[in-house]
Design a binder for this molecule. Structure first.
Ligand code: HEC
Ligand code: HEC
Length: 747
């Protein structure tokens, strides 16, 4: 078991003596509230250790040798605007304050080892690879995943569910991996040769895989293309980060590399346009371009980075330790500000309120552009002097400027934060999270409870501080207990609706423990051994009989384990907004498969624009072909989420989002049954049926079911729909089909 060792400074003797001289004063005036019986704000002053540890603000009450910086002195001497100690009764006399000062200045730090409470929590322990357990029904086990799942079922005397039908598995695999339904030709091919392994390999090789799984990542990193807040200005070039993520998944870039590019793409040995765009990660969050208090705002921006990074990669709510020590996990305010120190060199490129983009390219390309710009500036200055003298710049200078520009055109631009110097500003712990109340200085570090020894953070680099690269390396190091567990749990969740840990971004003490702890650790080890490859992990999961189970319910399992924690069947779950919209476009035959590039603007009803001050400017709807691209290419404006997507539970874009909700509200039915988009697709779908099935209602119904839900209609469905067509139009029928429960809740 690992326990965090924390160095705490403690006493050596010096005048005045704590027990003889200081303690009586503290007992008289402080211990009623800061003693063993009543440690208000977590602070005990009856021992020196208590004073050194400090209270919930996370700041030590005394800093040995530095009375002027000690919180205790600031409070008793009335130097803090908001807090005076003791809070009631007469203030300490000058002589008493001086005694406390002399005591603190006389203290000498001596390291002392303390075990942090809560360090024995399961997720902080190293990952071990357990042996798959023995099972009775070994014939069901296709790979170790099945053994771990089956062992738990057998312990309850339960059997796993039978496999879904080949048709169900075909549709499930398509939607799961690509977010699109199978075509007729694909259905026919699979019926001839239902080889699921080959199908999975085929689907993982498609571009639509990255569009589907990249979107999952975009939820986590709070992707949107505007800043939020009052003005909600657009983030230029932000879509390049989205395209980067889609490519990452399609190329199966190893996850450790993906971490390093996003967190430190500008600090790698080899910097490229791609790795710079990856650091767009830092600039995706909401941002107030007219903050009331710029100092607070700076820390809000840093908080966005600390909170997002710790939740996404570590599954820790470190953001809770911004104003006080974490109330539940062994994470201190010191840990929080140590992480702030890692990011504190980052700056927002901007001029006044104008957001700036930066050139992207490799290091020498960027250096050459800088040279060129210097040259252009010199020529521009000459031109300006000539203009001032003769009224217009000389033709020669202008020609030279044009020649330079055509010889060396601008590099493409990207949208990310940068570290303009190798020297990072000092980071102080902030008392109660307030920028106006700096406490002691903190060095860059990772949460102490997770390490025996801190990774080495450079104090100063040549180009940048190189601190983020140190963080990225530690995140992906073998002795980090969280990163691999957290990411395999996320992948599991996107396949099964729920993770093995059902609080995917909180692996702390308030999170849920894993339903299958050994399986989680086995997967985490396997993932790292297999080069952090997502595609291999998908293959492993989809190969298992666990993933192939039918979602059919039965008793007594449904009563005894209604949440399916033991995985006795495939879960029941709704498609995400994007997969619903994209499926409709495929079925209607209108999907525009064009990938990448600037976003398109889907249809937004007039009513949604009415509240805006400038409805004509705020949303310029794209033409229909553009709008018919996959939903991952839809513009995400924080103050105006496309209503159809919002109603279908698109994630919150203000912060990292680990899991989509599935709400059931009336506007969903209206959107799906009567929205402009659905009506249009129903018309195209009907036209397609006429084109491809002719006028025969039986053939139209047959084709409609196969396109929409990848199976022929049952006898009863066929009869009912043919009757329906006797009274209603084909457009009405296609609308009904797009609203089948099975369309959004695939088997
Ligand atoms: C009547 C109860 C009471 C007495 C007596 C008292 N305190 Fe406090 N103390 C508090 C409370 C309540 C807080 C939390 C204040 C806040 O943050 O708003 C606090 C907070 C503090 C803190 C900050 C702890 C942290 O980490 O946030 C220090 C330091 C402190 N007291 C020192 C003293 C000293 C020194 C004395 C005696 C000279 C003293 N207090 C007497 C109630 C008391
Ligand atoms: C912006 C500052 C700030 C942040 C961030 C913050 N808190 Fe607090 N929290 C406070 C203040 C102020 C108090 C009241 C004084 C105290 O107990 O320290 C408090 C008190 C609490 C309490 C104690 C309530 C009580 O009755 O003792 C809990 C529990 C708590 N916070 C949990 C959390 C959690 C969980 C998070 C992260 C989700 C969090 N806090 C983030 C400022 C913050």
């Amino acid at each position: 078991m690992r326990s965090a060792l924390i160095l705490v400074a403690a006493v050596a003797v010096a005048a005045p003596d704590f027990d003889r001289e200081v303690r009586p004063l503290i007992e008289k005036r402080c211990v009623a509230c800061h003693g063993p019986k009543n440690a208000m704000h977590g602070l005990r002053l009856d021992t020196v250790e208590g004073a050194l540890r400090g209270g919930e603000s996370g700041v030590p009450a005394i800093i040995p040798g530095k009375s002027a910086e000690s919180l205790l002195i600031r409070y008793v001497a009335g130097q803090d605007k908001e807090i005076v100690m003791p809070p009631a009764g007469p203030r300490l006399t000058t002589a008493e304050v001086d005694l406390l000062r002399a005591w603190i200045d006389g203290e000498r730090a001596r390291p002392k080892v303390e075990v942090r409470k809560g360090a024995d929590h399961w997720s902080f322990q190293p990952v071990r690879k357990p042996e798959p357990p023995p099972v009775r029904r070994s014939g069901w086990v296709r790979n170790p995943i099945d053994a771990f799942v089956l062992a738990k079922l057998e312990a309850r005397g339960w059997e796993p569910s039978p496999a879904g039908t080949p048709g169900q598995l075909l549709r499930r695999a398509h939607l799961d991996l690509t977010g699109l339904p199978p075509s007729l030709a694909e259905q026919d091919a699979f019926a001839r040769d239902p080889d699921l392994g080959r199908l999975v390999a085929d689907l993982l090789g498609r571009a639509s895989y990255g569009e589907r799984w990249g979107r999952h990542w975009l939820d986590l990193v709070r992707y949107a293309e505007s800043n939020g807040y009052e003005r909600d200005g657009h983030k230029p070039e932000a879509h390049k980060y989205r395209d980067y993520v889609i490519r990452v998944f399609n190329q199966d870039k190893p996850f450790d590399r993906f971490i390093a590019e996003q967190l430190a793409g500008d600090e790698l040995d080899e910097v490229t346009a791609e790795t710079l765009i990856a650091t767009g990660y830092y600039r995706l969050g909401p941002w107030d371009d007219e903050p009331a208090d710029p100092a607070e705002d700076r820390f809000d921006q840093l908080d966005d980075l600390v909170s997002t990074t710790s939740q996404v990669f570590l599954g820790l709510t470190l953001g809770c330790a911004r104003c006080h020590n974490h109330k539940f996990d062994p994470l201190t305010a010191q840990d929080y500000y140590s992480m702030v120190a890692v990011f504190n060199g980052l700056e927002r490129p901007r001029r006044g309120r104008t957001e700036l983009t930066l050139p992207v390219g490799n290091t020498s390309e960027i250096a050459r552009e800088r040279e060129r710009d210097r040259l252009l500036q010199t020529h521009a200055a000459v031109a300006a002097v000539q203009a001032a003298g003769v009224g217009s710049p000389g033709a020669e200078v202008l020609a030279e400027i044009a020649a330079i520009k055509s010889r060396q055109p601008d590099l493409p631009r990207g949208y990310f934060l940068h570290e303009p110097h190798g020297k990072t500003p000092v980071t102080n712990l902030l008392v109660r999270g307030k920028a106006s109340r700096p406490g002691p200085e903190v060095p860059p570090a990772v949460p102490a409870v997770l390490v025996r020894e801190q990774p080495v953070f450079p104090t100063e680099g040549t180009r940048t501080s190189m601190r983020r690269l140190a963080l990225a390396r530690w995140l992906a190091s073998r002795d980090n207990p969280l990163t691999a567990r957290v990411i395999v749990n996320r992948v599991w969740q996107f396949h099964f609706g729920e993770g093995l840990v059902r609080t995917p971004s909180d692996f702390g003490t308030l999170g849920q423990p894993p339903t299958h702890p050994e399986l989680l650790d086995w997967l985490a080890s396997w993932f790292v051994e297999n080069g952090w490859s997502f595609k291999k992990l998908h293959q492993l999961i989809l190969e298992s009989n666990t993933w192939r189970m039918s979602k059919q319910s039965r008793e007594p399992q449904a009563t005894e384990d209604p949440e399916n924690r033991l995985l006795w069947r495939f879960p029941y779950r709704r498609l995400e907004a994007e997969a619903i919209r994209d499926s409709m476009l495929v079925v209607s035959g209108r999907l525009n498969p064009r990938m990448y590039g600037p976003s398109m603007f889907p249809e937004v009803p007039e009513a949604a624009l009415e509240g805006s001050s400038d409805p004509d400017k705020i949303w310029k709807m794209s033409d229909e072909a553009e709008r018919s691209r996959r939903t991952v290419y839809a513009f995400l404006k924080r103050s105006l989420i496309v209503p159809m997507l919002e109603v279908l539970d698109l994630c919150d874009t203000a912060r990292t989002s680990a899991q989509r909700l599935t709400t059931s509200v009336a506007p969903q039915a209206l959107t799906l049954f009567n929205g402009d988009f659905v009506n249009a697709q129903a018309r195209y779908f009907a036209a397609r049926l006429r084109r491809e099935a002719g006028d025969d209602p039986a053939r139209q119904v047959e084709l409609a079911y196969r396109l929409a839900v990848a199976r022929p209609p049952t006898q009863a469905e066929r009869a009912r729909m043919i009757r329906f067509l006797g009274q209603q139009s084909l457009e009405q029928m296609t609308r009904v089909i797009l609203n089948l429960n099975e369309f959004v809740y695939p088997d």
